[in-house]
Structure formats: structure tokens, C-alpha cells
Design a protein around this ligand. Structure first.
Ligand SMILES: [Zn+2]
Length: 252
């Protein structure tokens, strides 16, 4: 069956002599893996359209019970070329794509998550601050996939956060200092400012998101909390965070 859908290229790798194995996040079909036949030879059908971050219209051919679709051709809608040409943008974008690949189920449509990624990559390409955008992406993406942390009350006694709270990645929630029994391990804490920003960002429409101007300490706090949270969701660290830490050390 032939179909076409808007899609963002998550990754592509060489397969055999001339083909490419491509992972896309699509508007109509969610995450999908496909083979682009002769992609390394046919500039006409693919051009530069299989580079990571590119927004394309993908023409697909699928047969039932076949795991891999065939990607017949792509038309570039937005190249997002400036993401790849700047280390900070590339590193932040790489974390976004890895989160999508690790968390989105294959073949499950999630139009809101697609539109979110598409919008964020557009802003990243335009030069908006990479760590800020990564934060916004994590806040909204995890919520759209049902992994939204609950930061509005202490998990144990229920009080609303006043001072600094301790974030528990495993539970995706917070504890107040009175309920926290210290294990001596370093704790991930969240200030009231970080919690406030989190809910503001969660509710704000994407076309107004650039109005938010969190301090770098808020960005840092939320980044630590989210890294801890995704570690517990995935059972592993994201590979691309090492790259991010190396190129944007000020963010940590
Ligand atoms: Zn408490």
C-alpha cells in the first residue's frame, strides 16, 4: 500500500552497498523504520532529505506483515540545516531525537508529539537557545507520552512546595524536606522557581513559548531532574547527553 506522510528524520545509516536504513517520526504513523533503496545513488529521489532533523514529506510503500516499510522518495519541507552546523544546537537536538527514538512506540500515531518536535526543531534552527528548548521539549514530550512528573505536592504528606523539594526520579515526584529520609546520596533538588516554571511551560502554547525566560539555574535544576527521571523510565542513560555535556558545559 502506498501512502505519504510528513515526517522528521531521526537517523539514517548505510545498509549494504547502496541502501539506507532510515528511522522517521511521522505525523500519521508515529515512529517507523524503512529502507530507502539506492539512497546513496539516487539524488533525485532523496537529495539531502535523509539527514537527521530534516522535515520531509515521505512517500512510503508498505506490505502487510513486513516490519520495514520502503521509503520510495522524500520531498524536503524544512531542511533545518543550521542545527547540524552548530555544536550546541546539534547536541541539544540529538538528545531530543534520542528521546523520541527511545520512548515512542513503533507505528503509534501521536500527532501532538510530532507537531511539538517539528515546532521545537524549527525554533532550534532559527537560533533560539538550545538548552532552553531542550527543557521545553522534555517537559512537553514526556507529558504527551504519559510520563509527566508530578511536582505540585509532596508524594508523602501532600503539602504544596514552598521551599526546596527533593525530586525522586524513580517515582517522578517530589518530597518535602520533612518527609525525605536522607540516604547520604547526592539529592536532586527543585526550587519553587523551577517548579513554577515547569507548570508554566507545560501549559503554555508553543507559539508563545519564546516569551518564557527562565534563569540558567532553573534550566539546570530541571535538566538534572529530567535526566534522573528519564534514566528511571528507560533504565539507562541517554547516549547523547555525554555529547551535550561536552559541548555545553556551562549548562551543567
Ligand atoms: Zn512531605
Amino acid at each position: 500500500m502506498k501512502s505519504k506522510t510528513e515526517a522528521i528524520i531521526i537517523s539514517s545509516m548505510n545498509l549494504g552497498e547502496a541502501d539506507k536504513l532510515v528511522t522517521i517520526f511521522s505525523l500519521d504513523r508515529g515512529m517507523l523504520k524503512g529502507v530507502a533503496k539506492n539512497a546513496r545513488k539516487s539524488f533525485k529521489r532523496f537529495g539531502a532529505g535523509l539527514e537527521s532533523f530534516t522535515l520531509v514529506r515521505a512517500h512510503l510503500y508498505e506490505r502487510e506483515h513486513q516490519e520495514l516499510a520502503r521509503i520510495e522518495s522524500v520531498d524536503i519541507i524544512e531542511q533545518h540545516a543550521s542545527i547540524g552546523s552548530d555544536l550546541g544546537r546539534a547536541a541539544s537536538g540529538a538528545v531530543m531525537l534520542e528521546l523520541v527514538r527511545e520512548l515512542s512506540p513503533l507505528g503509534e500515531r501521536n500527532a501532538q508529539a510530532f507537531l511539538l518536535l517539528s515546532h521545537i526543531l524549527h525554533l532550534l534552527d532559527e537560533g533560539e537557545e538550545p538548552l532552553f528548548l531542550l527543557n521545553i521539549f522534555k517537559i512537553k514530550f514526556l507529558s504527551l507520552l504519559g510520563y509527566q512528573p508530578k511536582l505540585d505536592h509532596c508524594l508523602s504528606c501532600g503539602i504544596q512546595p514552598k521551599g526546596e523539594m527533593v525530586f525522586l526520579g524513580m517515582k517522578g515526584g517530589i518530597l518535602c524536606p520533612a518527609c525525605m529520609v536522607s540516604s547520604g546520596e547526592p539529592q536532586v533538588t527543585l526550587s519553587p522557581g523551577a517548579v513554577g516554571f515547569y507548570y508554566q511551560a507545560l501549559r503554555m502554547e508553543m507559539d508563545k513559548i519564546s516569551r518564557l525566560k527562565p534563569s540558567s539555574s532553573i534550566v539546570r535544576e530541571l535538566d538534572r531532574a529530567f535526566s534522573d527521571h528519564t534514566f528511571h523510565i528507560l533504565g539507562k542513560r541517554l547516549k547523547s547527553t555525554e555529547f551535550l555535556k561536552a559541548v555545553l558545559p556551562l549548562g551543567y
